[in-house]
Design a binder for this molecule. Sequence first.
Ligand code: ARG
Length: 462
Amino acid sequence: MSKKLWGTRFSKQTNALTNKFTSSISFDQRLAKYDCLGSIAHAKMLGKQRIIPKADSALMVKGLNSILQDLKGGKFKFDLGAEDIHSNIQEALVKKIGKAAFKLHTARSRNDQIALDIKMYIKDEIDNLEGLISELQKAILKLAKKNSEVIIPGYTHLQVAQCVLLAHHLLAYIEGLERDKQRLLDAKARLDVMPLGACAFSGTSLPIDRSYVARELGFKNVTANSIDSVSDRDFIIEALAALSILSVHLSRMAEDLILWSTKEFSFIDIDFSFCTGSSIMPHKKNPDILELIRGSVGKIQGDLSSVLILMKGLPSSYNRDLQLDKPPLFDAIDTVKDILEIFVALFENIVIEKEAIAGRLGDEALFSVDVVEYLIKKGISYREAHDIVGSMVRDCLDKGRKISCLSEKELNKYSPKLKTDVKKILNAWVSVNLKQSYGGTGFTQVNLQLKRWKRLLERRKI
Ligand code: ARG
């Protein structure tokens, strides 16, 4: 058991249950690197400002760097009896450099220290997430480009609707993921404000230089209110909200692919190496990865709720409840990173079942809107055109006939404007190519978007 940072004022040892219940070392140990980096900047500042002797500052920096090396090399032994990562690093520094380490906590509290550590951690993780999202976008783009001529029946309400290019569908994922990335980067820009120096919550009488610490640690700015600095965790909530929205996108993508991999759809085949089997049904090849992606997204929504609820009743300034913001934050980040990583690999192992898909494109229901628009182009109002096509579709369904088999006379029964040339548009290629509106599914439009995304994603270093 390491020595408590506040032990002297206490006339008794704390109860073992108190130690166990209040300790956060089991989870905040992952902040060790940031705790050391923050302390190095702080120690340098204390020396520069002559708040402590320069020699002590230099010794602390040396000791902390050596702890950083131990951490990197996996040599650092976390003390599971420590109250938290701050006490653990402080004790480790005492062991390395002796009494000079006692000066490290000058003009600092664990309240501003933990706010700093989490902000540094989130900044780094957002950079990692940005890279992973870009990788996923690239994997999706690759699949889209490889299959840029494939047309699929599109669905609304999960009912056959209209033909679209598969690439168009896949590019929709890329658009959503881009917004997710931008949301995370926005959150990062807002949290890029350095809280150290707020101390417990009111600042300090010592002549600290907060801007120097911010510069040393690569922060854009310093927080302007010491109470706010230790009190709020809106930056965690914001990151979790961005992760939750991203995870909803990932879950919906997983759901599309689960459906597409069913025998009923047969749009895709997922490589065996990314599927699992059944212990009882020998024929099974299940998309468990996608199901687990969909399933674990619930947890991320829970993480966001958990921090929102944690915060809602807290009085201003620091409260120990804030310690519990970390497990949900870590869980959400870990889970999203895992999902992104496996999704990249999965996209590289998807085969598009072109023949099976082509077999579905004969359904004339897919072209009903094209026929409506054919009539509109001949001067018929939208309402009237919808009615004409509606009765034609109904009759064909009732009589088991196809529009493409109707004679000109039969077509004229519905409207004199319906000529046999309408049959030309009962075709997936033609249908898709008619959609030339900006952002539509026409080949030219989709090719423009494929090129745009290639440019945008190539520009991004990952
Ligand atoms: N472990 C705490 C947290 O995660 C930081 C320590 C603050 N403790 C205190 N008694 N002021 O928020």
